[in-house]
Design a protein around this ligand. Structure first.
Ligand SMILES: CC(C)(COP(=O)(O)OP(=O)(O)OC[C@H]1O[C@@H](n2cnc3c(N)ncnc32)[C@H](O)[C@@H]1OP(=O)(O)O)[C@@H](O)C(=O)NCCC(=O)NCCS
Length: 179
């Protein structure tokens, strides 16, 4: 599959834009912490994480358009990282898939990860469909694991191996070869 999307590191000038996305009800309502994040809290978060070599914060672009934010935690070459992400709230359908593909290409090629893990709350149908579409395998459910707004929620755990990713990309490439 061709992917016209690019990724780059999050930088200070992106912070206000990303805070607007993060605080939008369509994003916030699926996050583990759902309060409205203040600018001060957001700036403090970035000040803390940007110096951490094991964490990566990225903005994904479709052409010139920023379409979302992705972060990888516990990053090390050949290692296993967790990811978190959100698309810009007003993006057209299909943008999530573009965002995911671009971020995973970066994860497996530039960062050299062995595996990417994701967790979605059981009620987050979009995130579950998104992980499945990208080739993640469901590896288990953590029952009543996350307390959100006073209610325990079950988490669905997903994993994607670098090998699976390469195979999927190879198959897509072969399918796209004209007869
Ligand atoms: C998760 C997210 C990135 C997906 O983005 P998106 O733009 O909906 O993704 P796409 O349009 O590419 O859709 C990907 C697949 O999910 C499906 N999907 C999207 N929204 C869905 C929903 N509400 N219910 C069921 N399936 C859904 C799409 O149909 C598509 O599958 P298909 O191509 O087979 O039809 C986006 O919804 C988002 O940012 N959500 C808020 C933040 C969030 O939940 N982050 C993850 C926390 S774990």
């Amino acid at each position: 599959m061709s992917n016209a999307c690019t990724v780059r590191d999050l930088v200070d000038r992106d912070l206000l834009m990303v805070l607007t996305w993060r605080n939008h009800p369509s994003v916030r309502s699926f996050m583990l912490t759902q309060h409205e994040i203040s600018l001060k809290e957001h700036l403090n978060w970035f000040e803390r994480v940007k110096h951490d070599k094991n964490r990566k914060q990225l903005i994904v672009f479709d052409g010139e358009e920023p379409i979302g934010f992705v972060q990888f935690n516990s990053v090390s070459r050949g290692g296993i990282a967790d990811w978190g992400f959100y698309a810009r709230p007003d993006v057209p359908k299909g943008s999530g898939t573009k965002l995911g593909n671009a971020a995973l290409k970066h994860a497996f090629e530039a960062l050299g990860l062995h595996k990417v893990c994701g967790q979605a709350i059981e009620s987050n149908a979009a995130s579950i469909a998104f992980h499945q579409k990208l080739g993640f395998i469901e590896e288990g459910r953590l029952r009543s694991q996350q307390k959100i707004n006073g209610q325990y929620q079950t988490s669905v755990c997903f994993g994607l191996l670098a090998n699976d990713w390469q195979e999927t990309k190879q198959t897509e490439k072969e399918k796209n070869v004209p007869n």
